[in-house]
Unconditional design. Sequence first.
Length: 293
Amino acid sequence: MQTTPRRVTIQTLRQKKEKGERIAMLTAYDATFARLFDESGADVLLVGDSLGMVVQGHDTTLPVTLEEIAYHCRAVVRGTRRAHVVGDMPFMSYQASIEQAMTNAGILMKEGGCHSVKLEGGAVHAELVKRLVAAGIPVMGHIGLTPQSYHQLGGFKVQGRDPGGRERLLDDARALEEAGCYSIVLEAIPADIARDITASLSIPTIGIGAGTGCDGQVLVSYDMLGMDETFKPRFVRRYATLGQTIKAAVGSYIADVQTGAFPSDAESFSIAENKATPTSIDPALYSTAGKKK
Ligand code: KIV
């Protein structure tokens, strides 16, 4: 009999830091990839607003809506049995007022089914984090390069190198921990600053472009799987070249369709067969990709 694995919780993540075990986090946007990442052992899956760029084709994450994150959260949660699923609060879903942010985080938890939410920014959101946590909504912080502030920052740039940058990041991280965040993403900051932040906090830090001194790492799954051959920032390690693999597979399929090599007789149905087998639709004929077993 197949047993259901224990779901990773915010307490599991804290214990991992205490035991010195690194946390592996990836972004996920649909049930099929979520199932693959979950079965591979990823601890945390982030339904990131990066979906605006890698799924929707925008240049920034700004156009992503709350409804879109909730929709992708539902798909990702359906694909997982073990991973902790984080729903990303999109641009302007939490900045205008604490009340609106509470309502919107509630929508991600209730309608998206995620297990916690993430929001970008430091001390400025301390009051909001306190309110969310008091309401039972676990919050992951995100400091350093915060892509929703793309226009304010003047682009996707490494943060914290300016005079006072290190202290500001440390203050922000401490303020988020004090407010009740269970973890903080550190994006695109010098490795030594990330190491100092990690050492000064009791909650786990998850780095992306922040060196090896964090308690865990996160990458945009499409980047680490090599879906886009033209995109390879320094902090991304490509573990596959799926873009090339997909193009080769699709090229072979197109050639087979054009020459008539696909489908074969074995991939087709015949009247004689229909007489011997039930006429109702056989679910085994259809893909079950993405379904929880
Ligand atoms: O939206 C996202 O994918 C993120 C990660 C890069 C941390 O915020």
